[in-house]
Ligand binder design. Sequence first.
Ligand code: PMP
Length: 351
Amino acid sequence: MTERYTTNGRGRLYNAITETVGDTPCVRLNHIAPEHVAIYVKVESFNPLSSVKDRLALNMIEAAEREGRLKPGQTVVEATSGNTGIGLAMVCAAKGYPLVITMAESFSIERRRLMRFLGAKVVLTPKEEKGIGMYRKAAALADKYGWFFARQFESRDNADIHESTTGREIVADFANTRLDYWVTGYGTGGTVTGVARVLRKALPDCKIILSEPHNARLVGSGESQERNADGSPASSHPAWEPHVIQGWTPDFIPGVLQEGIDNQCFDQVLPVDGAIGMKWAARLAAEEGILTGVSGGSTLATAMEVAATAPKGSTMLVMLPDTGERYLSTPLFESIPAEMNDEEQALANIT
Ligand code: PMP
């Protein structure tokens, strides 16, 4: 008899889509990693709306519900580069809250359309006003209409969910395997700040590598962020320039990331060119069958640089925050034609 691949179900039923957030798999790379290092990727596209931000979206809503900060039926408003908005749109649809998203017009079209498909309203802000512009618009709307402003850039519910889920998952999945490096980028900084709380205690020898765009070295520059009395950013950070890694490094250092910087939650910060990140995302797809976006490719590019000089036998884990499908209209897919090339046309002509 031929051996068949069998599965047994998850052993439980789910009462809502929100219960499926988290517990994403760590998968080994078998073809593109250097021979002397074992590289695993944590594939966050296994979340229901295909990104790491489903975790924080769920926690910002559920923590606010528990603490009475969010009233039944109250409108939720948030500023986001897309993935948080998509995650919030899922959570708000499942729980019955109206949602308004403010987003700079520079982020991919599929992000807007996905949020609207999930029932959210999307208010676009001019790209010249950068990340701060969409943030101020969300704050102004919350103020004017008494809406619940989720505040991913400052909320303690952000890093907390990565401490109670992402970080714990990593420690549990590597219980029988050494973990020498964990590599991540940052947007709000929730992932690095929250996971580091767990890794610093449970795996103190694991080096935490933080990656940022080579033309927006907010952390690497060492220059501090100007803030208002409430902790919100007062101005654009001087080291910021527009970059191609959607979801990473807004034009200010968020409060959530500041906690991580102040607590030295990483060992090294490395710059990466987003164009090289896109090349690694393409190799990951074509040579490993793993689909990720530009931030995942850029995190992998940084990991490959660290791997080159890492001691033999080292093990690494690389965060892949979202799916490549979120980038079909962007430079990531620019070189991928929709029409047949000559080789495909020749095959089409055979019969
Ligand atoms: N990659 C992508 C595509 C994202 O949308 C985000 C979140 N904005 C991140 C990485 C960074 O995650 P975090 O906000 O937890 O730092």
